[in-house]
Design a protein around this ligand. Sequence first.
Ligand SMILES: [Fe+2]
Ligand SMILES: [Fe+2]
Length: 214
Amino acid sequence: MTTARELTPLDRFLADTQRALDTVFGAPAAERGNPAAGIAQIELDENERRHAAGLMRINHVGEVCAQALYCGQAAVARDEATRAHLLEAAQEETDHLAWCADRLRELDSRPSLLNPLWYAGSFAIGALAGLRGDGWNLGFVVETERQVEAHIDEHLDSLPNADARSRAILEVMKADESRHADNAEAAGARILPPPVPSLMAAASKLMKTVAYRI
Ligand SMILES: [Fe+2]
Ligand SMILES: [Fe+2]
């Protein structure tokens, strides 16, 4: 019979490293079915295909960043319940990551070449936020999710009309992100003071500009 033991810092470090490698270089599997399954694949012209791929690459990077932020925050969380909340949120983002990767393949495209960089930067930001305490940790989740929700809305407007498959994926992601923000609010998130939300928005704008192409 095996007995559960507390995770040591080394166990956690190895688990974090494994997760980072899976997110950036692996092919994480979704637990839920792809929302685009069963929706007809309509032929896009070359400009539409490229634009849709650029948008879905941004969404894929967004999910890589979400995983990294939550893992960075969990790495320094003081309270076990907060850590569990963060790791559970990261787990749910895995579905989004897998669906965006699927759609990128269908669009004959690929994820961002800079994913290792996005992951490392977001992990560091998450850990810094987490060091300020658990109220901040949850506040950071709320702000991240609300910003993601807003950019998904922009993408829903901007996607080519014919791209119903990308749209189906984004609709489900949007509903999930909204629920993630509500859950973190209910768990005791504090409102982040200025200029933190605008700094986060500036970082995500830079990411979106670069990830559309690279
Ligand atoms: Fe997500
Ligand atoms: Fe989320």
